[in-house]
Design a protein around this ligand. Structure first.
Ligand code: SF4
Length: 261
């Protein structure tokens, strides 16, 4: 494969990738670019955002992680089918749980002239041969902690173990600080709902890591159109007054809660 000199020799080996599709990038500073979305499976967190926010909107990659379905050849073939796409978005789950896979994707992207964005909740540092072009960090705050005794999307009951694991690596400041310094660029992409209840923790986080305002792309909460529209005006106006960037999540406006868009 031209543009790939990585270390995974069996290019048909199924990797922990559960979604692979072309789309318009909808979040953060690369919004509007046609891109290939690569979603990895598995996450140390199991975020639950309360009765209104509900479970992680990609719970099939975190709370109940599906098995991988795609290989490197599938990635290469998709780029071959869409030769005009020069962007890659790696999301999850928590992609940094798969450093070998990420390293290979970074090699392929850089050797093929593709700009690579890595989304992460910041639980783990990523050491790679080459830096990622853009690390997009979505810190999770205390209101994402699952509630003891409630049911997960597939009907399991939340126990102490799940809560402990969630908290163990949530807001790993040391890992986030190194992701920021060791990769080419970054931005912080927090999610706020219409109550703005996470603001205090968010401001503390930004101050601790010395994040300038122009690196913050705030997003309205909501995994579907109805929920998004509730938080939209409040968060938009807050970004205007606070001096942050606003990331409107147009894929949800266009496709509601559909997967693979
Ligand atoms: S960190 Fe992200 S992928 Fe993981 S459970 Fe929370 S919202 Fe879902």
């Amino acid at each position: 494969m031209p543009g790939y000199s990585g270390r995974i020799r069996d290019l048909n080996k199924v990797l922990p990738i559960i979604e692979l599709y072309p789309a318009i990038q909808a979040e953060g500073s690369r919004a509007g670019y046609p891109t290939v979305i690569i979603r990895t499976t598995g996450c140390t967190h199991r975020c639950y955002f309360g009765e209104v926010g509900g479970w992680c909107d990609s719970w099939y990659s975190s709370v109940h992680p599906e098995k991988g379905r795609f290989s490197l050849n599938d990635v290469f073939n998709l780029y071959a089918a869409y030769p005009h796409i020069k962007e890659m978005l790696i999301t999850g789950g928590a992609p940094t749980l798969h450093p070998v896979l990420l390293n290979e994707l970074i090699h392929f992207a850089h050797e093929s002239g593709i700009f690579i964005t890595l989304e992460t909740e910041g639980s783990h540092y990523l050491s790679s041969d080459q830096p990622v072009d853009l690390v997009s960090i979505s810190p999770k705050f205390s209101r994402s902690i699952p509630v003891l005794g409630i049911k997960t999307p597939l009907g399991a009951t939340v126990g102490e173990r799940m809560i402990k694991q969630h908290n163990q690596l949530r807001l790993n400041h040391a890992a986030i600080a190194r992701l920021i310094t060791d990769h080419t660029d970054y931005h912080i992409k927090p999610v706020l709902d219409e109550t703005l209840a996470d603001l205090e923790e968010l401001e503390t986080f930004l101050e601790k890591l010395n994040i300038p305002d122009d690196k913050v792309w705030v997003m309205p909460a909501g995994g579907n159109r109805q929920a998004l529209l509730r938080s939209y005006p409040v968060v938009m106006n807050y970004a205007r007054d606070r001096g942050w960037r606003f990331s409107p999540r147009p894929h949800i406006m266009a496709f509601d809660a559909r997967r693979g868009v």
